[in-house]
Design a protein around this ligand. Structure first.
Ligand SMILES: NC(=O)C1=CN([C@@H]2O[C@H](COP(=O)(O)OP(=O)(O)OC[C@H]3O[C@@H](n4cnc5c(N)ncnc54)[C@H](O)[C@@H]3O)[C@@H](O)[C@H]2O)C=CC1
Ligand SMILES: O=C(O)C(=O)Cc1ccc(O)cc1
Length: 308
């Protein structure tokens, strides 16, 4: 019996998330073989230069052959096409998972292609940065972070246990919930913040033609924080918006209502309303820190180390 959790792990997509998983698998010695495939030959060549795996191929189907765990780490809009390519080559009893930021859409894209006898368990490590590509990954990305699994009905409990324990070996805490709930929660805590950042930076960029270079010159730390999020990968975030449309639109409607309330309070000089809101929001930050979930400092360290 080997000590490896899995004999062979196949990684489809080797960008920030796929390459971080590869590095963590190697660091913790979780698989004997790491087989890697990605669409772009240049990215694949880079993965090989970085020695992220043991086998490299442009063919997703060849990559998953004999793999006990297959992890799809591509933009969510590409999940269906990848599932279709790999389906005939998946080994009986294999676990198939993904890391996509939206879950209901990934399930509806991938599930139809999953063969009988393959355990499909969608997942989402809630950990990342604004960088992308194989050079951007790092082995401790998942440490202390949540990974959410959204198993569909009647999923084999032993397969879920194995996948849980894989993410725990990468340092993650694991939660399970249904895909619709995941998509609503993530719409407010992750998708909206990115959309707001894209919007405010876009507005500032439009204004810059009026104010010349003052936006850059005087950009205070608040604005700089937004530019970090707004530097995230355009393909990935285009896909998140298109594939979590309903939940995002629902949260945006609520957000716009609350913004109108704030706008009105400012217009009418209602300082008490502003003070009450700002006091409530400060309490949210404090409770996050008290719950021990504030990883801002750790993140800051990671960003410094991985800043390009
Ligand atoms: N970036 C982040 O902070 C996080 C991203 N995610 C999710 O992880 C997934 C991957 O994101 P990243 O690693 O950040 O992206 P990335 O842009 O760094 O890497 C994407 C990889 O997918 C490959 N790819 C792109 N289109 C493809 C296609 N049609 N077929 C096959 N391969 C294709 C690329 O060649 C690349 O290897 C996305 O679904 C994203 O929503 C989840 C958590 C955090
Ligand atoms: O860079 C950041 O602050 C992030 O929020 C990273 C991130 C992006 C997408 C996810 O689905 C999860 C985490």
């Amino acid at each position: 019996m080997s000590d490896f959790q899995f004999d062979k792990i196949a990684l489809i997509g080797i960008g920030l998330i796929g390459s971080s998983i590869a590095r963590a698998i190697k660091l913790h010695g979780l698989a004997r073989e790491i087989s890697i495939s990605t669409r772009s030959p240049l990215t694949l060549a880079r993965a090989e230069e970085l020695e992220l795996g043991t086998f490299y191929t442009e063919s997703a189907a060849e990559c998953v052959k004999d793999a006990d765990l297959v992890i799809v780490s591509v933009p969510v809009g590409a999940s269906g096409a990848v599932a279709e390519q790999i389906a005939p080559a998946l080994k009986q009893g294999a676990i198939l998972t993904d890391v996509g930021s939206t879950k209901a859409s990934v399930i509806s894209q991938m599930q139809p292609f999953v063969p009988e006898g393959v355990h499909f368990i969608p997942g989402h490590p809630v950990a990342g940065t604004e960088h992308s590509g194989p050079d951007a990954g790092f082995a401790d990305l998942f440490e202390g972070r949540w990974c959410i699994l959204t198993p569909v009905e009647d999923t084999d409990a032993e397969a879920v246990r194995k996948l849980r324990s894989f993410w725990e070996s990468l340092g993650s805490r694991v939660d399970e919930m249904d895909a619709e709930h995941h998509d609503k929660v993530l719409a407010i805590v992750s998708h909206l913040p990115h959309i707001i950042a894209y919007n405010i930076v876009g507005t500032a960029e439009d204004l810059e033609t009026v104010t010349e270079s003052e936006v850059i010159k005087y950009s205070a730390s608040g604005f700089r924080d937004f530019t970090r999020l707004a530097a995230s990968d355009p393909v990935m975030w285009r896909d998140v918006c298109l594939h979590n449309k309903d939940a995002i639109l629902e949260m945006l409607a609520r957000f716009s209502e609350d913004l109108a309330y704030l706008q009105r309070a400012i217009r009418w000089g209602e300082g008490d309303k502003l003070f009450d809101l700002f006091t409530r929001t400060r309490a949210v930050r404090r409770s996050i820190i008290e719950a021990g979930q504030d990883i801002a400092e750790a993140d800051f360290g990671r960003h410094i180390r991985h800043e390009k």
